[in-house]
Design a protein around this ligand. Structure first.
Ligand code: THU
Length: 133
């Protein structure tokens, strides 16, 4: 799947964002090595710390269905500016795909692809493994 289609899928997933507190709506689409796509949107909670970002929802949906190999993730946010994953999401993404391609979206600039390893070069990795099998 090409990255613009993956981004379209993230934009579709954004409609399901539950973000009544921040009003910042995020959509994500995660591409597996085998070509499947798992989507995510942010889901907030009035106990703010219980909020989960769109990126982690997509990863957790995929992993919970047996997927562990990912090649790209598209992310879009409702300010229309690039929405790079937060620090917690970078760590979670890096557990499975430390150098995944992140497809970021700005309504003016369009699409930009950055490698996760560039955004998050010093991930927590005390086991010195890509991920435990
Ligand atoms: N959020 C995401 O879903 N992904 C990001 O990359 C940045 C932050 C969500 C969490 C919260 O619901 C809202 O955006 C404001 O932080």
């Amino acid at each position: 799947m090409d990255y613009s289609k993956l981004l379209e899928t993230a934009i579709e997933a954004q409609q399901f964002a539950y973000a009544p507190y921040s009003n910042f709506r995020v959509g994500a689409a995660l591409l597996t090595k085998g070509g499947k796509v798992y989507t995510g949107c942010n889901v907030e909670n009035q106990s703010f710390g219980a909020t989960v970002c769109a990126e982690r929802i997509a990863i957790f949906k995929a992993v919970s269905e047996g997927e562990r190999d990912f090649t790209a993730m598209a992310v879009t946010g409702s300010t229309g500016k690039y929405t790079p994953p937060c620090g917690i999401c970078r760590q979670v993404i890096s557990e499975f795909a430390p150098d995944i391609s992140l497809v970021l979206h700005d309504q003016q600039e369009g699409m930009k692809v950055v490698k996760a390893g560039t955004l998050f070069p010093h991930r927590t990795n005390y086991l010195n493994k890509t991920r435990p099998k």
